[in-house]
Design a protein around this ligand. Structure first.
Ligand code: GLA
Length: 401
């Protein structure tokens, strides 16, 4: 058994964890190395991670599972329940895939990054993928696939990586191989989340901490089925705008004041407002205020002040809608309906935006009936289905040895 998962194994025995994480793929664990990683919901901290800010996220009980078997030749064969036929690539010439094979890039990216970190993958392998996590919903199926396959590869070929190393490697796979300039939120939450907690990431220092998930509250996801193609969407554009306004603020305020966008205080931003274009000013205002809202939510949760924390989730959505302009009419509609309902503490878009899903943080009494009310209103308005998922925080990345 490698040391990679010492943190997890120190807390619970393998059998205890296995009972928390039901098997998705058929077959018994002796057939190969099996690893499982959950999706995540962004609780608050929208687009703060690549700006050096705070983010708060939770794992959800929808997962990706992989089973890896070593081969005697040098062929990589990747098979997903959701996509046929398998993707076959020789180990010596791993290249970025496109079109219907693009899903394989999350695994192939990990192959490249793990080897770049000095791990020798001395044989080909078969890797099967199964999932209960919707793809393209903004719930980080990509990070889950990266981490599950990275953990299985590391276990199979003797990589002595810590969970934290895998988090950074998964981000690199996504940035450098897949080509999406994402921050660290998704990978950190997927790897470090747990059934009892929210994960707080300080993206500047990459430090994480667990914040107890408020008991007797739940998370609902409302998936709009609108195109959420992170790599082709406005994500890159927002990333570029954030960099541009940070550069401008450095000129105006000095490097020390604006090393990251979140270093600028709301009052400093107001002072130089006239020097910025309207668009860049609003992008900066979102990031600067969202970082502080996230810090405040952590304080409020620790103090048991749920209603106040929930109001900041609504404020976060408003800031994304007006200032970061990454919401959609459909997401706004869902959040507005949720705001009218009993039992909803807070609601907002979650993840990159530009489609995808909204989340609600709910009190114990909130259930199917209320969620269906929202879906019914959505169907009347848009003529399409709103998928509703009741979720709870779940075990993070896990490997069966
Ligand atoms: C996506 C990215 C994350 C983060 C969010 C927005 O989920 O992968 O790194 O930037 O969008 O907060």
């Amino acid at each position: 058994m490698s040391q990679s998962f010492e943190q997890r194994r120190g807390q619970k025995s393998v059998d205890e964890w296995a009972s928390d994480v039901s098997l998705i793929l058929d077959g018994n664990t002796n057939e190969g190395i099996r690893a499982s990683a959950p999706g995540r919901v962004e609780f608050i901290g929208n687009h703060t991670d690549y700006n050096g800010g705070w983010v708060l996220g939770a794992t959800i009980d929808r997962r990706v599972e992989v089973v890896l078997q070593r081969r005697s030749d040098r062929q990589i064969r990747l098979q997903s329940e959701a996509a046929v036929p398998p993707v076959e690539v020789p180990l010596g010439s791993v290249e970025r895939q496109s079109g219907e094979w693009a899903w394989a890039n999350y695994i192939l990216g990990m192959v490249e990054v793990l080897q770049g970190e000095g791990m020798t993958i001395e044989s080909g392998f078969d890797l099967r993928v199964g999932s209960t996590l919707p793809v393209g919903a903004g719930l980080s199926s990509s990070a889950a696939l990266e981490l599950a396959s990275g953990a299985a590869l590391s276990e199979a070929y003797g990589g002595e990586f810590l969970r934290r190393d895998l988090v950074r490697m998964a981000q690199r796979a996504e940035n450098e191989f897949v080509g999406v300039p994402c921050g660290l939120l998704d990978q950190a939450v997927v790897a470090l989340g747990g059934a009892d907690r929210l994960v707080r990431l300080d993206a500047r220092s990459e430090a994480t901490a667990a914040v107890p998930f408020p008991p007797e509250t739940g998370i609902w996801i409302f998936r709009t089925h609108q195109a959420h193609a992170l790599s082709e969407s406005g994500y890159q554009e927002r990333h570029d705008e954030a960099r541009a306004v940070r550069e401008r603020l450095r000129e105006l305020l000095g490097n020390e004041e604006a090393e990251y966008l979140v270093d600028v205080s709301p009052s400093q931003l107001e002072e130089v407002k006239r020097e910025l274009s309207r668009t860049l000013y609003r992008r900066a205002r979102h990031v600067v205020t969202e970082h502080r809202r996230t810090q405040r939510v952590v304080q409020l949760l620790k103090a048991g002040r749920r209603s106040a924390a929930g109001r900041l989730l609504f404020a976060s959505h408003e800031s994304s809608r007006v200032d970061y302009e990454n919401s959609t009419e459909a997401l706004d509609f869902v959040v507005d309906r949720l705001a009218e309902q009993e039992g909803v503490l807070g609601a907002r878009l979650t993840g990159a935006g530009f489609g995808g899903a909204a989340m609600a943080w709910t009190r114990a009494g909130y259930g199917e009936e209320q969620a269906h009310e929202v879906a019914g209103a959505y169907a009347d308005r848009f003529g399409t289905e709103l998928e509703t998922l009741a979720c709870r925080p779940a075990p993070g990345l896990y490997v069966w040895a």
